[in-house]
Ligand binder design. Structure first.
Ligand SMILES: [Zn+2]
Length: 204
């Protein structure tokens, strides 16, 4: 059964939204608990009641577009609980980074999670580009070019995915507009890998 120890009963008051923010540690615990429910087959907590969420989101997840990784579902979160930004291979560009900054500064989320996953076709395409020296055409070239620097020579796809996820976390940690919240420990940035077979999210 879904339960949330920080849930605020009663009607939303304007200031309550700010007082209700979980710490980064609490936010991560919510996501881990939600993933444990999902991986155990306990099901999804369902949609938000009509009329909208009574609380703002507590985390933002940067994930891949892969249809096998429905982010709210694998973290066991109901609609309204987390923000999700997706691009192939969870590549950061200015729009993705701006979306993360928006979630942190305007929506006051406590946690950013970069979610890689098994069998990522975007990371596989970057490995192929490294192996062959050929780059794909069109805007895909931009995506692959962002992943290639993280791909270790001769390593496995899993190693490349981990490396790319860790590098994405490091890039976010350097983002100028997140520095104040990070320094004040109101925010943390974490990396994770979603395992397709087990349904578990493995924190890095
Ligand atoms: Zn992917």
């Amino acid at each position: 059964m879904f339960s949330d120890p920080t849930a605020a009963p009663g009607p939303l008051r304007p200031m309550a939204r700010h007082l209700d923010r979980p710490t980064p540690v609490e936010a991560l615990a919510r996501l881990r608990a939600g993933n444990a429910r999902f991986a155990s087959g306990a099901g999804h907590p369902g949609a938000v009641p009509r009329g909208g969420a009574h609380r703002g989101p507590f985390a933002v997840v940067v994930g891949c577009i892969d249809a096998r990784v429905p982010v709210e579902t694998v973290f066991g979160q109901r609609a309204g609980a987390i923000c999700v930004v997706r691009s192939a291979g969870h590549v950061l560009d200015r729009a993705v980074l701006g979306s993360v900054e928006f979630a942190v500064t305007d929506l006051q989320v406590s946690l950013v999670v970069v979610l890689g996953h098994d069998d990522c076709r975007a990371v596989a395409a970057a490995r192929e580009a490294v192996r062959t020296g050929r780059r794909p055409a069109g805007a895909r070239q931009y995506l692959i070019d962002q992943i290639v620097p993280a791909v270790p020579a001769g390593g496995s796809l899993d190693r490349a995915t981990r490396s790319h996820t860790v590098r994405t976390v490091a890039t976010l940690r350097q983002a100028g507009h997140l520095q104040e919240a990070l320094a004040a420990r109101r925010l943390d940035v974490a990396g994770a890998i979603y395992r397709l077979e087990s349904g578990h999210v493995e924190m890095l």
